[in-house]
Write a protein that binds this ligand. Structure first.
Ligand code: SF4
Length: 333
């Protein structure tokens, strides 16, 4: 069977169930790169230009992990996922960046993903991929329908509070059998804001989410906010960002600060070398300050950041939040 490789980073966190379902339906075997480890990152750093952001370096590491195991690499050129937002230029140039990084890579399948909406444009996008592999019209239509369903359910599960790995594991489970997180059981709840490929990759984020959970902290991420709520805050700023993931992160934070009012602080995970993050970080810091001095912590990840350093900063931040909560409790008592 023809093998096609998908790197476990960047758009993986948003689209993997869609890509996988469709590609399998047209008769391909999908090979996912293994979870990130030191070697993945080291290889990525070695194969990428110096000034690339750390997620792009990591992507190259995942490509390296796949290159000798697959017949093709699937690297769509992501341009737009709706009628307004464009993906960051690094996403637009990703297939070319990878293609010219080495000469010994398998052929790259790089269809252009420019959606007004999935409903309007997804079929054409998938149809072109199917035809490249000489798939029958029936399997393309079947694949399209199943892929859309998988994508919809995946995002529904994320909106109900699951993290991507949990949502992917539960994709085929009936809803009644899924253990969704309950509302506000924890003493402290934090908004963890950032791009999904930064916050959900345990290696690159220094196990941030797991360590917060171990401390008993409730977590809300942009992936847990519905498109409807995000859209409401797309009208809040006089000027939005140009980039898809930066806007999602900004709107999610604005929603949680202004409307949900159930967070005790914000952690912004920024990626070293990311231009949009420099502006986003300042915006979030100012918004937090203007809303009752909401505690704000910025954690920058790069190829040298280790779990111990991130954990020390987290512990100090949580200590401060606990003291603050106690002090507020004794004032109201
Ligand atoms: S948004 Fe930032 S972190 Fe993401 S790919 Fe673009 S430059 Fe890199």
């Amino acid at each position: 069977m023809t093998k096609i490789g998908i790197p476990r980073t960047l758009s993986y966190y948003t689209f993997y169930p869609l890509w996988k379902t469709f590609l399998e339906e047209i008769g391909l075997e999908v090979i996912l790169s293994p979870p990130t480890n030191k070697k993945t990152l080291d290889l990525g750093v070695q194969e990428t230009v110096n000034d690339a952001c750390v997620p792009i370096k990591l992507y190259h590491g995942h490509v390296m992990a796949l290159k000798d195991k697959v017949d093709f690499l699937f690297i769509p050129r992501l341009v737009k996922a709706d009628d307004k937002n464009t993906f960051c230029p690094k996403f637009l140039g990703l297939p070319d960046m990878v293609r010219f990084s080495r000469e010994d890579l398998p052929p790259i399948i790089d269809p252009t993903f420019r959606m007004k909406s999935l409903r309007a444009s997804l079929f054409g996008f998938l149809y072109n991929i199917g035809r490249q592999f000489s798939a029958s019209k029936t399997s393309i239509i079947q694949g399209y329908l199943r892929a859309r369903k998988a994508h919809k359910k995946y995002h529904y599960l994320l909106n109900r509070g699951l993290f991507p790995s949990e949502a992917m594991e539960n994709l085929n489970s009936p809803l009644r059998e899924i253990d969704f997180p309950g509302p506000g059981k924890e003493e402290l709840t934090l908004a963890v804001i950032g791009y999904p490929y930064s916050i959900f990759d345990p290696y690159i984020s220094g196990n941030l989410l797991k360590n917060l959970q171990k401390m008993g902290i409730g977590i809300i991420t942009p992936e847990n906010i519905s498109s409807k709520d995000l859209k409401t805050f797309s009208r809040y700023l006089p000027q939005n960002f140009f980039w898809y993931y930066s806007n999602r992160a900004a709107w999610a934070a604005l929603h949680l600060i202004n409307k949900a009012k159930k967070i005790d602080g914000i952690i912004h995970v920024t990626a070293f070398g990311c231009g949009p993050d420099a502006m986003l970080n300042k915006l979030l810091e100012l918004e937090a300050k203007h809303h009752d001095q909401l505690p704000f912590l910025s954690i920058s990840i790069d190829e040298h950041s280790g779990e111990a350093g991130i954990l020390t900063r987290l512990e100090a931040f949580i200590d401060m939040l606990e003291h603050k909560k106690k002090a507020e409790g004794s004032k109201t008592a």
